[in-house]
Design a protein around this ligand. Structure first.
Ligand SMILES: Nc1nc2c(c(=O)[nH]1)N[C@H]1C(S)=C(S)[C@@H](COP(=O)(O)O)O[C@H]1N2
Ligand SMILES: [Mo]
Length: 320
């Protein structure tokens, strides 16, 4: 998003992307794959040492959640082929092609800082910490597109309760893996690696914030942030950090990777807000992937009833 603003993207390029997505959809809808996706069957992963051995494995005992939207889900093929994951390149199609080099087992997540029970969790232990739920959420990227994604995960607050934050814990800092061998995009200085994101404690405790380990009922594909990622549906997509290796409870507001890259463009809060434009483009509308006409962007991405109280008394033009 730092590289190109939407208006910089040539018309021909947009046409290419839309042609691609429409073609994908056509192929899916007219092939046996359509039936497979509709019945919840997801293509099994390839065998081998990489995370691909696990991506696509069905997750058992997933509960439905009243926090899911009833909107039409974006097709699996679009969710997994149109990604932002700069560790694997800055264009939307590279993550699906290049993230096979990411090894997602064994994988540990260090939970540390201002807590009574710091621990280095094996990801498989972390996955079992709380019952898995399907959360169908809207995801709105700051670039102006959106999707509806059926995540599988559990509330971040379940982990927070287990590790017992001290009174000094005011924020959470999340860190993605740093390994340029597995993540070739990290060889380029696009961002100050590793990717870092943060939440205020009360935001992190909100039931909408989840740790996601799957989508469409199966283990996350690498390009979507395997083996474990954050999903914060009322904020722009970039807050939903992928492939997490560390969660640190801290007293001071963390500096996020996007704040470091462009502090005038990406604030700490980054709540979806149609009234506060990005300095280089409007945030009033968005294109739902798969639709032709743009739709209005909703305050807090439509989750105002759940989260507006967190920002009472704050000037959201200053705290953007
Ligand atoms: N580590 C990491 N996490 C990341 C990103 C990234 O480049 N690196 N991109 C973000 C952005 S800009 C968006 S829109 C979402 C996209 O998630 P998806 O590809 O699963 O739809 O991931 C976010 N998480
Ligand atoms: Mo994004």
């Amino acid at each position: 998003m730092l590289i190109k603003k939407p208006s910089d993207i040539k018309g021909s390029e947009i046409t290419d992307k839309e042609t691609y997505l429409n073609r994908r959809r056509f192929l899916i809808e007219t092939s046996a794959a359509a039936a497979a996706v509709a019945t919840g069957f997801v293509f099994p992963g390839h065998l081998g040492d990489s995370g691909e051995a696990h991506a696509g494995t069905k997750l058992d005992g997933v509960r439905k959640s009243p926090l899911s939207t009833g909107e039409k889900k974006t097709p699996f093929k679009d969710i997994t082929n149109y990604n932002n994951f700069y560790e694997f390149g800055t264009d939307k199609y590279s993550p699906a092609k290049k993230s096979k080099s990411l090894i997602t087992r064994p994988w540990t997540v260090a939970v540390e800082g201002e807590i009574s029970r710091p621990k280095v969790y094996d990801v498989d232990e972390l996955i079992k910490l709380s019952p898995l739920e399907e959360r169908i959420y809207r995801l709105r990227c700051v670039e102006g597109w959106s999707m509806v994604i059926p995540w599988v995960g559990y509330p971040l607050n379940a982990l927070i309760k287990v590790v017992e934050p001290t009174s000094k814990a005011k924020y959470l800092e999340f860190v993605t893996l740093y390994d340029p061998k597995q993540m070739p995009g990290q060889r380029r200085g696009v961002l100050d690696w590793p990717y870092v994101e943060g939440l205020r404690m009360d935001e992190a405790m909100n039931p909408l914030a989840i740790l996601a380990v799957g989508l469409y009922g199966a283990v996350l594909p690498n390009q979507n942030g395997a083996p474990i990622r954050l999903v914060v549906p009322w904020k722009y997509g970039f807050k939903s950090i992928k492939s997490i290796v560390r969660i640190r409870f801290v007293e001071k507001q963390p500096k996020t990777a996007w704040e470091k890259a462009a502090p005038n463009e990406y604030g700490f809060y980054s709540n979806v807000n149609p009234e506060v434009d990005h300095p280089r483009w409007s945030q009033a509308r968005e294109r739902r992937i798969g639709e032709f006409f743009k739709r209005k962007t909703l305050m807090f991405n439509g989750y105002a009833d759940h989260v507006a109280h967190l920002y009472k008394g704050m000037d959201l033009k200053i705290h953007f």
